[in-house]
Ligand binder design. Structure first.
Ligand SMILES: Nc1ncnc2c1ncn2[C@@H]1O[C@H](COP(=O)(O)OP(=O)(O)OP(=O)(O)O)[C@@H](O)[C@H]1O
Ligand SMILES: [Mg+2]
Length: 112
């Protein structure tokens, strides 16, 4: 299992949710976060000696999925979250060691 974690624009939340749902992903989380990328929160590259970092609101999407679904999930997020402008966000893939559905006690990929 892998956790696909993506940082996306607020206005792309519904599109990303629908794209993941349409490829059969049945659980995911969305969290409002603040962060910055290489523009340090400015809309253009800032060349000052001292840079004040601006934290921009973004949304973190997390989906724990089967290894076999990772490529499809990356493609779905990459396409649905993209505008082509700076600040579109990033996708990370993280290994997941264990999963358990609390109600039933099931473990492993059947939890997904
Ligand atoms: N290395 C990172 N680790 C964790 N979060 C990150 C990382 N890079 C970016 N983020 C998160 O993703 C958000 C969007 O990043 P952003 O798309 O601006 O990246 P970028 O590298 O500057 O790319 P671009 O040039 O397209 O803007 C950031 O506000 C931050 O919340
Ligand atoms: Mg950026």
């Amino acid at each position: 299992m892998k956790k696909v974690e993506a940082f996306i624009r607020h206005e792309k939340v519904e599109e990303v949710r629908d794209a993941l749902s349409s490829i059969g992903i049945e659980g995911m989380s969305f969290t409002e976060i603040k962060g910055f990328g290489r523009q340090k929160g400015y809309t253009e590259t800032y060349r000052g000696a001292r840079v004040t970092i601006h934290l921009r609101p973004k949304v973190k999407v997390e989906a724990v999925v089967d290894d076999s679904a990772v490529d499809r999930v990356i493609a779905a997020i990459g396409e649905s979250a993209r505008t082509g402008d700076i600040g579109d966000g990033k996708i990370f893939v993280i290994p997941v060691e264990y999963a358990q559905r609390i109600r039933t006690g099931e473990t492993g990929p059947e939890v997904l």
